[in-house]
Design a protein. Structure first.
Length: 176
């Protein structure tokens, strides 16, 4: 669902060693979370090379000028995702009703109303949250107190940091 050949890789520009990390990829673009609240939706056609990192064939200022978007914008999806089989004039509530169990891509907020990030992976007992400043939180599902448009965790913002893990740590595996 969230992984592919670019997911979780570092992103570099022609003149910058660290633009951010790939948090989503679709057929046509990669979504990169950078420092602070930076987010870049970069077309796959701009990728010059990908191995351990993804090299974008532009200088950083061009990436920022052309592809910077608000982190609060919904993350893009592929046209092949299940939403494609829904009726033409359907609202999000209908989609969520059809796929009620997935927390993927939902915003995550703390009980004191602070934005923690977005759910980028869901395993049996944890949600992986990609946040600001290249932060990653592996939060136990037992901490979830409400799910609607966002996932609300029963933690104050300062307490969420006990679940902060290294961004490059292996992602939790699905239970067998």
């Amino acid at each position: 669902m969230a992984s592919g050949k670019y997911f979780n890789k570092g992103v570099k520009a022609l003149d910058s060693p660290h633009v951010g990390h790939v948090v989503r990829e679709t057929d046509s673009k990669i979504v990169v979370f950078g420092a602070g609240d930076d987010r870049y939706d970069i077309p796959v056609s701009q990728i010059k090379f990908a191995s351990g990192n993804v090299l974008i064939d532009l200088p950083f200022y061009e990436i920022a000028r052309k592809y910077k978007v608000s982190r609060e914008e919904p993350l893009p999806t592929d046209s092949s995702l299940p939403a494609a089989d829904l009726a033409q004039d359907v609202d999000l509530a209908t989609y969520e009703g059809k796929y009620p169990k997935s927390l993927f891509n939902k915003g995550v907020r703390t009980q004191d109303e602070e934005h923690l990030g977005h759910v980028m992976k869901e395993s049996g007992d944890k949600i992986v949250v990609w946040g600001h400043y290249d932060w990653r939180f592996d939060v136990p599902k037992e901490k979830i107190i409400a799910v609607g448009r966002n996932v609300i965790v029963g933690l104050d913002y300062k307490d969420a940091f006990k679940y902060k893990v290294d961004r490059d740590a292996p992602l939790p595996e699905e239970p067998a």
